[in-house]
Design a protein around this ligand. Structure first.
Ligand code: PEP
Ligand code: MN
Length: 279
């Protein structure tokens, strides 16, 4: 007798014939996959109460409906700022009470899923974790909406297979996030794969949003990439903005000022209307 389980075919992430789009709801106001493009803004990392609350207020006043901010940061160098961790979570908890904005924040370690879930309305799986299978299984066992970023070196099929790990555990609330991939081109931090948005709208029923900030790496190009994403059919945008970008402890060069964030929101709203959506 063999202990090997028979293989299940990969079907949960793929769109079945005539299958409707999956809607991922955060609360009464925020729903991914419907006609409204979901605008999420906030700093790369949570740094202080003033930084996160002033940034959150700016996000809200520009039309943002969700706050992003990392408490645990996956940094390339172990000597760079790693996030405020539990203290960052506590600040997110406070700013939720102040602004009423739901929060998305990254979870890096399967052992932290429970504690991050106590505060976060949505769990972000970062690019570097897209193939961390124990982490994917752990968040799959929660009933929290998951924001699954594309890895910088994952194909669309590998990315969908990563989503399948979460879906297979019974959590069907998965939103994909294109954030740029590594190519031969170095003029931007990454190459935004706008084509993947169109392909995924076809291949999967899951919502797909775009992070133009980590694709651009430079605040000057974030707005153009965001507009392109909405035009291509993205269900939302995840944009880094900081009350004082020059002081940001991570990703300063790609962070928008509150005024630039407002401009992005206004211009993306116009694009959304042109493609028969709202923002
Ligand atoms: C982030 O969202 O700040 C981040 C680290 O992004 P990524 O995982 O896409 O590099
Ligand atoms: Mn960042």
């Amino acid at each position: 007798m063999s202990a090997v389980q028979p293989q299940k075919s990969k079907t949960l992430a793929l769109r079945q014939p005539n299958q409707n789009d999956t809607l991922v709801r955060i609360n009464d106001d925020v729903c991914f996959g419907g006609s409204k493009v979901v605008l999420i803004g906030g700093p790369c990392a949570v740094e202080s109460l003033q930084q996160i609350s002033d940034t959150a207020k700016a996000v809200k006043s520009a039309g943002g409906v969700m706050l992003r901010g990392g408490a645990w940061k996956p940094r390339t160098s172990p000597y760079d700022f790693q996030g405020l961790k539990e203290e960052g979570l506590e600040l997110l908890h406070q700013v939720k009470k102040i602004t009423g904005l739901p929060v998305v924040t990254e979870v890096l370690d399967p052992r932290d899923v429970e504690k991050v879930s106590a505060v976060a309305d949505m769990l972000q799986i970062g690019s570097r974790s897209v193939q961390n299978y124990p982490l994917l299984k752990e968040v799959g066992q929660t009933r929290k909406p998951i924001l699954l970023k594309r890895g910088m070196m994952t194909t669309v099929d590998e990315w969908l297979a990563a989503a399948e790990y979460i879906l297979a555990e019974g959590n069907d609330q998965v939103v994909l996030c294109e954030r740029g991939i590594r190519t031969f081109e170095t003029s931007l931090r990454n190459t935004l794969d706008v084509g993947a948005v169109a392909v995924l709208k076809d291949k999967t029923h899951l919502p797909i949003i775009v992070d133009p900030s980590h694709a651009a790496g430079n605040f000057r190009y974030v707005n153009a990439l965001a507009r392109a994403a909405v035009a291509a059919g993205a269900d939302g945008l995840l944009v880094e903005t900081h009350w004082r970008p020059a002081d940001a402890l991570s990703d300063a060069s790609q962070s928008l000022t509150p005024e630039q964030f407002r401009q992005l929101a206004d211009q993306c709203r116009a694009v959304a209307i042109a493609v028969e959506r709202t923002l």
